[in-house]
Design a protein around this ligand. Structure first.
Ligand code: NDP
Length: 295
């Protein structure tokens, strides 16, 4: 084997902000990197860093045994991977799809990959682009454990932690949607809080240090309640649902006094009131998770 062949190689399909960050980290880690993007010209930055810019997706795929896909979603990755020429070029290679989507799409892709002799790992990136290549990056993967082990050294050049969540290919996406559920509902609450604060003459800058304090309350709650959620006891401890209902009522009253839409907080209030009505008033907020699941 020549020294050129011994150098690890990867192909990156998709050169949005995240795909470009991945390519840059691979290059910095000494991995021979071939790149391709649907819209031409987006490979300028990785090529300047030493990547090979392929003319077509099939050429890009043919350059490496490991193909990392990072596009907006699985409709986009399907549009690339499921073209006959690309599917044929992928035979015998490994696809690691770091595009975000649902567990169902990952399982559907696993069945497609299996039919075409393509090895497949699904992955999710849980941190923003500046973390890539640093210890702060967080990657989740799922799919065959031996495949994860085989490609771990090359993927490790992306920095951070790489957690393999198990053989169920849908698991990385399951974590991804659950974690982004926290993020987007929290952002919806933050947007509403900003509107309420502004109506009361409080600027975002004035609120920010205290908003940070509220945010910091959450991680210990996640850790402290996990066991009682899994045991389905939903112990209220110092914060029963009756207390939450009272607190939420103040938010709604203030928002309505300023004519601010209350749909998001009213949804939370409705869940709390339903739980109390069912006799769970002394339980903690996590009791609502049990009531959301249809029986
Ligand atoms: P986008 O989510 O905006 O994705 C842009 C990429 O998708 C471009 O390469 C674009 O190609 C491609 N694309 C979109 N539609 C198609 C299509 N129909 N066919 C082929 N390619 C298509 O940008 P990011 O790079 O930021 O994100 C990529 C993935 O990484 C997403 O799933 C995102 O959720 C995930 N992610 C991103 C983070 C971030 O901080 N940016 C953080 C964590 C995860 P073109 O240039 O031709 O339009």
């Amino acid at each position: 084997m020549s020294s050129h062949d011994a150098q690890p190689a990867v192909t990156v399909l998709g050169l949005g902000p995240m795909g470009r960050s991945l390519a840059a980290a691979f290059l910095a880690g000494g991995v021979r990197t071939t790149v391709w993007n649907r819209t031409p010209g987006r490979d300028r930055e990785p090529v300047a860093l030493g990547a090979v810019g392929a003319a077509t997706a099939e050429d890009a795929v043919a350059a490496s045994d490991l193909v990392v896909v990072c596009v907006v979603n699985y409709d986009a990755s399907d549009a690339i991977l499921r073209r006959d020429a690309v599917t044929a070029a992928l035979k015998g290679r490994t696809v690691v799809n770091l595009s975000a989507d649902t567990p169902g799409r990952a399982r559907d892709t696993a069945a497609w990959a299996d039919r075409h002799g393509i090895a497949y790992l699904d992955g999710a990136i849980m941190t923003p682009t500046p973390t890539i290549g640093t210890p702060d990056a967080v990657f989740l993967t799922s799919g065959p454990a031996d495949l994860h082990r085989r490609h771990a050294p090359v993927l490790a050049t992306l920095g951070g932690t790489h957690t393999h969540l198990g053989d169920d290919i849908g698991r990385a996406a399951a974590y991804d949607v659950a974690l982004l559920d926290i993020f987007w509902t929290a952002m919806a609450g933050y947007a509403h809080a900003l509107a309420v604060a502004r109506a009361e003459g409080v600027t975002a800058r004035e609120l920010a240090p205290f908003a940070g304090g509220i945010g910091a309350i959450l991680p210990p709650i996640f850790a402290a309640t996990a066991a009682s959620v899994d045991a389905a006891t939903f112990d209220g401890e110092d914060n029963p649902l009756t207390s939450a209902a009272s607190s939420i009522a103040h938010i709604i009253a203030t928002a309505e006094a300023h004519g601010i839409d209350t749909a998001v907080i009213r949804a939370a209030e409705g869940q709390v009131r339903r739980a109390i009505g069912l006799g769970h008033g002394t339980d903690g907020f996590t009791r609502i998770s049990a009531l959301l699941t249809p029986h």
